[in-house]
Each structure stands twice: as C-alpha cells, then as structure tokens.
Design a protein around this ligand. Structure first.
Ligand code: FDA
Length: 305
C-alpha cells in the first residue's frame, strides 16, 4: 500500500497539466508549512528568524523541468537577485538550484550560460550554490556540469543520491575535486535497473556514503530526517574523532522542526532547505510520496487563512 501511495504521488509530481493548474490557482498550498513565501523578499524576515534560532538556510526558488528559454532566463535572474539579497541582508543562507530550471531540457549551452552568470555573482559575494540532483536520466549531465564548473569556481556544490547504484563510483570520482556534497537518499521514481528498490539497501548505501565522506575529511552535508541516519553519523563522528565542524545536517523546512532545534542545541550545524515561489507542485508531491502523513499537514496549510 505504501509503495502504491509513493508511486502515485511520484507519478503526479510529473503531471504537467496539474502543475500548470496549481500555478494558475496560485494557492500557496503550504504557506507557513513547507514553503517559505511566494517570493524571496517576503521570505527574508522569516529566514532571519531561522538564523536567529541558530539555523543556517539554503533557499530554492521553486520550479523545475522548464521548457522555455525565456523562463530559464527568468529563473537565472531570480537566482542572481536572490544571491545579491542574501549578501545585502547578511543572511546565513546558501542557494540551491535545479539544472532543469535553468534549461537543461532545452539546450545544455543555455545552462552553461545561465550557470556562469549565477556563479560569477556567487563567487564575488561568497555565497555557496548547490546544484540539486534530479532524476537519474539527468544525473550524468548534472555531474558533468558540476565537474566542469568546479574546476573554475569555489562556491559550488552538488547532491548525490544513495538510492542509485552508480553513486558509490560517482562519489569516489568526484572526491578528486574535494567537493562540498549534500548526501541524500533520493526523491524520484526510479527503475530497479538504476536504483535499489528496497529501502533497507538504500539505507545501507547511505551509511556507506556517509562513512566514506566523513572519513575522507571533506566537509559534508547529511540531508535526512531519519533518526537512524542521524544517530549513525553522530556515532561515527564520535568513534573517529570527527569534529562537528566537519559536517552539517540538513532538513527540509517544516519537517521535524523540534529535532532541527535539538541538533543546534547539541552543538551540531543544521541547515534548513527553504523553498519559495508559486511553482510548488512537483516539490510538494515528492514530499507527499516520502511521507503520506504530510497530507494532513498540507490540508491544514490549505485551509489556513
Ligand atoms: P525517509 O523518507 O527514508 O524516512 C526514514 C524515517 O525518517 C521515517 O520512517 C521516519 O521515521 C523519519 N521521517 C522522515 N521524514 C519525516 C518527517 N517529515 N517527520 C518525522 N519523521 C520523519 N532528493 C533528491 O533526489 N535530490 C535533491 O537534491 C534533494 N535535496 C534535499 C535537500 C534536503 C535538505 C533534504 C532534507 C532532502 C533532499 N532530498 C533530495 C530528498 C531526499 O532524497 C529524501 O527523499 C527525503 O529526505 C526523505 O528521506 P529521509 O532520509 O529524510 O527519510
């Protein structure tokens, strides 16, 4: 039953007609729940509050699988403006961006142009830009883009997904660049030809990746809401004298808020992923696929005045 629910929401997450309807409807389904605000300026006050509570942030302008060059350019402008505002306001925040929002499905040259502009600004203002990892068919292209830019820019990082068979090799290959990486389990619907179908195998692989990265001494983000993975990381750090300033935990905004604060209180660095914008549909459906209990949560958001 759980698998059916997950597959159903992941199927819906890619439904273009529903995505368009959601944007036109304009309802911020999860306002105050899982989305920071409808635009970046309206999210600033709220990011400051998170910072005051000791939480670092990464912001993501919602929107993915863009198929129009002009929209990809708008997304680029938005990303640049966001980086500039983060610096101007002195926020403790990074930026996350999806390559399909910058035109990966249109023309790779366009992505390179857009990313160059974003990274030029980020480098100047010393704001980290993380390339989110999307579905497996786009993984190689995304990693190629990352590797290319990483040789010229410092303020760039990306994400590796534990559910993919290929990830262990990717991690070893990427480590020659000593990159700041975010490790996640993976959020898309993938075939058993490319991804572990069993959760237990994903968890084992996730632990393996965490161990490789933490023992390598490269600063790493462990992005999970799973207590078992958090405890594993803490114990590993303790056993190998890895200091808390060599890694950070990351969680999505609205998820496990008490645990986020507790980690900060216990001396760990905690970064919250705050999405903003009205293109919330795909993001939201993936969250429902991960945890149907989020439905109740969302319904409250829909009826919230
Ligand atoms: P998982 O879903 O495996 O759940 C394990 C256990 O954790 C549950 O049984 C429950 O006990 C607990 N749990 C999980 N969620 C909970 C909740 N909301 N409340 C209470 N308990 C909960 N994916 C991707 O493909 N590309 C990307 O770029 C990113 N980026 C990203 C950034 C950040 C900051 C995060 C936190 C996650 C991502 N992801 C992602 C999503 C990621 O791949 C994954 O789908 C989700 O984090 C869900 O997996 P978990 O490891 O959190 O726990």
């Amino acid at each position: 039953m759980q698998v059916i629910t997950r597959d159903f929401f992941l199927y819906l997450s890619k439904n273009k007609a529903l995505n368009r309807a959601a944007q036109n409807w304009g309802g911020n389904i999860a306002a105050g729940k899982i989305v920071g605000g409808l635009n970046f300026p309206s999210s600033i006050k709220f990011i400051k509050e998170l910072n005051e509570e000791g939480l670092s942030v990464t912001v993501d302008h919602l929107g993915e699988f863009v198929t129009s060059t002009s929209v990809a350019k708008e997304r680029t402008e938005e990303c640049i403006k966001t980086i500039e505002m983060i610096a101007a306001e002195g926020l403790d925040s990074q930026v996350s961006v999806k390559m399909t929002s910058l035109g990966l499905d249109i023309d790779e040259k366009l992505v390179y142009e857009n990313m160059t502009r974003i990274l030029d600004t980020a480098e100047k203002l010393k704001i980290m830009v993380t390339i989110d990892m999307e579905d497996e068919v786009r993984c190689q292209k995304t990693l190629d883009i990352f590797k290319d830019f990483k040789q010229r820019y410092t303020y760039i990082s990306t994400v590796l997904q534990a559910y993919l068979y290929r990830t262990e090799n990717d991690l070893n290959e990427l480590n020659q660049f000593k990159p700041f990486l975010r490790l996640v389990k993976g959020a898309y619907k993938e075939s058993p030809n490319v991804a572990f179908p069993d959760k237990a195998d994903v968890d084992e692989n996730y632990k393996k990746l965490i161990k490789t990265q933490l023992l390598s001494g490269i600063y790493t983000a462990i992005a999970t809401h799973d207590d078992a993975m958090i405890e594993y990381t803490k114990q590993l750090a303790k056993d190998h004298n890895i200091l808390p300033n060599q890694f950070e935990f990351q969680m999505l905004y609205g998820m496990r808020t008490a645990t986020q604060k507790k980690l900060v209180k216990d001396g760990y660095k905690m970064r919250v992923y705050v999405p903003y914008g009205n293109d919330w549909y795909g993001y939201f459906m993936r969250r429902l696929a991960e945890r149907p209990a989020n439905i109740a949560f969302a319904l409250k958001g829909m009826t919230k005045k």
